[in-house]
Design a protein around this ligand. Structure first.
Ligand SMILES: *Cc1c(COP(=O)(O)O)cnc(C)c1O
Length: 424
């Protein structure tokens, strides 16, 4: 029996019902934008394998960096010890992050990067001896699947079983253009109530809720007001980081920079799991003490894994090359052309392009939500045509590796267009 037929006997897949789901596809290898199956079939990875891949799969330079590191120092405890790849990565990141970012804290993934950010913010107030127990977040947010991250995320079907265990959060409505004034007034009102420790947000684009874009100016104003009241602003750049929106970080579009930033996904070029939380020297000050009670007691067994650091450093070098920048702009231009084609199509609503992301809603498929039936029809349609797209409810989006070429993009665009035409 082939290994793929034994998959179901031993494995529990993420986000996958145990009954009624299609069998998983057996991936043998991957290179560039293509996933290659056991039978030789090639599938275009149009969503960068859950938004993580930047430079194409199995990139030789990232692979070599991991192999070299594995043969030298595969891992070491990160309390009481350090290593060059971790220092180099911290220096690399700080050299391109907003200038107010001062220190790098390593963890394992996007969820833990956000978890660390919130704990850092809460203990900041504890160390300062000031009681601040409230946190502000935005409806529809996704910050990960751990409890803290779930608490500040969308309270929907996915978090329903855990609702009794999630902490209280001040949620703002998602600031669509019509709601901007209302959301801003609500934000002011919450701040006036006092005791707010932190404000966490996905800057400019909410990913999991359907690539929803909101006003940079509004976010800038909210950060200004929050910081005027010493509220710690946490930018979750797990999805938006590393060039996704056209600039290196979403925060680069902001005049007022966040106090804490969360990174993961593209950090290692998508090759290894790793999370990073960075913060300003202002945050650090509250921890600068020999007092054990003021120590940040958080850490993971695999904190700053050297192989992950090596992958991230190799990915960073690739990211900083002019060629990558050119790719990002080229993808953006191609997306814009396709968005122009989509505009006015009777089945298309709100086509939008931001950096390397293109998204739109299917206008006749009901409400935007992950449980929308549309995805059960869309996902197989594209897969049958050798394209991996994973619509979020009725939202079709493309978030490709940067090395995708124009021909491959055209194939994805044309297939999407054919689908729209077939809807009649
Ligand atoms: C994916 C994502 C996370 C969670 O990251 P994981 O690595 O899946 O734990 C957090 N925040 C945002 C904005 C994300 O897109």
């Amino acid at each position: 029996m082939s290994w793929i037929n034994r998959d179901k006997e031993s494995i529990w897949h993420p986000f996958t019902p145990l009954v009624g789901s299609a069998d998983p596809l057996p991936v043998k290898k991957a290179g560039g934008v293509y996933l290659e199956l056991e039978n030789g079939r090639k599938i275009i990875d149009a969503i960068s394998s859950w938004w993580v891949n930047l430079h194409g799969h199995s990139h030789p330079r990232i692979a070599q960096a991991i192999a070299d590191q594995a043969a030298t120092l595969e891992h070491v405890i990160f309390a009481g010890f350090s290593h060059e790849p971790a220092v180099k990565l911290a220096e690399n990141l700080l050299s391109v992050l907003p200038q107010n970012q001062d220190k790098v804290f390593y963890s394992d993934d996007g969820s833990t990067a956000c978890e660390v950010a919130m704990k850092m913010a809460f203990q900041y107030w504890y160390n300062r001896g000031e009681k601040r127990n409230r946190i502000i977040a935005i409806d529809g947010a996704y910050h990960g699947d751990t409890f803290g991250s779930m608490s500040v995320g969308d309270r929907g079907p996915f978090t329903e079983p855990f609702a009794p265990f999630l902490f209280d959060v001040e949620f703002l409505k998602f600031p669509t253009e019509e709601l901007e004034a209302e959301v801003e007034a609500h934000f002011d009102q919450i701040i006036e109530g006092g005791d707010v420790a932190a404000f966490i947000f996905e800057p400019i684009v909410q990913g999991a809720s359907g690539m929803r874009v909101y006003s940079v100016d509004l976010l800038d104003r909210m950060i200004t007001k929050a910081q005027a009241n010493d509220i710690i602003c946490i930018a979750d750049e797990v999805m938006t980081g590393f060039g996704r929106l056209g600039k290196l970080f979403a925060s680069d579009f902001l005049v007022h920079k966040p106090d804490i930033m969360c990174l993961s996904k593209g950090l290692t070029g998508g090759a290894m799991a790793m999370g990073v939380t960075t913060c300003t020297s202002h945050i650090i000050e509250a921890y600068r003490s020999g007092d054990l009670m003021k120590t940040f007691f958080h850490g993971h067994s695999f904190t700053a894994n050297p192989m992950a650091c090596a992958a991230a450093n190799a990915s960073f070098e690739l990211l900083m090359e002019q060629e990558t920048n050119n790719h990002i702009h080229r993808i953006n231009q191609q997306h814009e052309l396709f968005a122009g084609r989509l505009k006015g199509h009777k089945h298309v609503a709100n086509p939008r392009v931001i950096g390397t992301i293109l998204a739109f809603e299917l206008s006749n498929f009901g409400e935007t939500s992950y449980v929308n039936e549309a995805r059960h029809k869309l996902y197989p349609y594209f897969l049958e045509r050798d394209i991996l797209l994973r619509p979020l409810g009725n939202v079709i989006y493309i978030i490709p590796p940067y090395i995708i070429d124009n021909e491959q993009l055209a194939y994805i665009y044309n297939t999407i267009y054919e689908f729209l035409e077939e809807l009649g």
